[in-house]
Design a protein around this ligand. Structure first.
Ligand code: GN1
Ligand code: MG
Length: 358
């Protein structure tokens, strides 16, 4: 995106001060993110092009983000730093549509930082407490939330998409994937068994973040305390276990999400314990027995779902995730599968850790 165009888009938003620079930030797989720097003492902002292939209704998604953030603001000591502040367009809209793309903005929280990787148990504990607190702050949120991505962590829905993708074979890749397709098939009933407990209400539905990797938490630059959860695009009603499971998938991995060297990929049990300690320190007293019973399994569930999603995108011809090279989604799927196997091997230890903490 050229700079002139970016300045033109920025001018649509009710930013304070003169915009002096707009620079890319981070490596999200979905949206394009920029930092907007303004002159003098005026605040800086985050400007994002929201991917509307992934998010079909960006205004409704922004409505979720505003509602949830307003709710959190009413409860925290420092609302401008412990919650997101969405910046409206000059005409008062939640987002701007430019050439068929949707743009949205929020305040850049000053004196904040984030981490790309959780490389210590201290960070894992803090991250767990951060997401646990996010869920606690929203426990009494009672407004309807738009389902931003239909069936996001609903494996029954994912299997419908999966079956259609495999049948369509849009990129002609199915024939070479017999082994990988069997990884998915062999665990299908087990995953549906877990999800049916969510569907029948045995496991309760709450307000959840749904994308809980470490880079989606802001820390204070000075104190290193957690400030708030960011990237609220996927805030929806689901089981709180998905937030735990997705974090376990990312925090505990000893390798990279897309590691070609599978010998580097495994689940680190100390990181699992630390994340669980942090999460349960905030949530234990309000969790049901069924949630605690399935907490450890949620890591396996979400990692399996991620194998399926990466593989499905590879089968579809790489339509969803940004890729850096042609078989990137396949490499991601294989690395996540290695992580899944490592979790399955350590499942009884994961279970006893949760049991001891709860
Ligand atoms: C996507 O773009 P990013 O990094 O926030 C995805 C997550 C995946 C993740 C895999 C809306 O998140 O669900 O777990 O990639 N977000 C969406 O790293 O699909
Ligand atoms: Mg995200």
């Amino acid at each position: 995106m050229n700079n002139e165009k970016l300045f033109e888009i920025a001018s649509l938003f009710a930013f304070e001060g003169d915009v002096v620079s707009i620079t890319p930030l981070g490596e999200g797989f979905i949206n394009d993110t920029y930092v907007v720097t303004t002159a003098g003492d005026s605040p800086n902002y985050i400007l994002q092009r929201k991917n509307h292939y992934v998010f079909p209704n960006v205004p409704a998604m922004m409505g979720n983000i505003v509602a949830v953030s307003e709710h959190i603001k009413r409860k925290v000591a420092d609302p401008m730093r412990q919650a997101l502040t969405v910046t409206l367009t000059r005409s008062g809209e939640l987002c701007a549509e430019v050439d068929g793309n949707f743009w949205a903005a929020c305040l850049f929280i000053s004196g904040s930082k984030c981490y790309d990787r959780a490389d210590s148990t201290k960070l894992a504990r803090q991250g767990g407490a951060g997401i646990g607190r996010f869920q606690s702050l929203l426990a009494d949120f009672d407004q309807p939330l738009h389902e931003t991505i239909k069936g996001f962590h609903n494996i029954r829905h994912r299997f419908e998409q999966w079956d259609a993708s495999v049948a369509a074979d849009a990129a002609g890749r199915v024939a070479e994937l017999a082994e990988e397709i069997e990884w998915i098939a062999s665990r299908r009933e087990k995953m549906l068994g877990f999800w049916s407990l969510v569907e029948d209400g045995t496991i309760p539905t709450r307000v959840t973040h749904n994308d809980t990797k470490i880079s989606n938490i802001l820390f204070d630059q000075t104190t290193d305390d957690v400030l708030c959860a960011i990237d609220l695009d996927t805030v929806m009603n689901s089981t709180s276990l998905n937030d735990f499971g997705d974090a376990i998938r990312s925090y505990t991995n000893t390798g990279a999400e897309d590691d070609r060297d599978l010998s580097r990929v495994s689940m680190n049990l100390d990181m699992f314990r630390a994340y669980a300690e942090g999460f349960l320190s905030e949530r234990k007293s309000t969790m049901t027995a069924s949630e605690l019973e399935w907490l450890a399994f949620s890591g396996i569930y979400i990692t399996y779902e991620q194998v399926l999603r990466f593989l499905m995108d590879y089968i579809d011809g790489d339509k969803y995730y940004k890729i850096a090279y042609p078989d990137h989604n396949l490499v991601r799927a294989r690395a996540q599968y290695k992580l899944l196997q490592s979790m399955e091997e350590q499942y009884s230890q994961m279970q006893s850790i949760i049991c001891n903490l709860s």
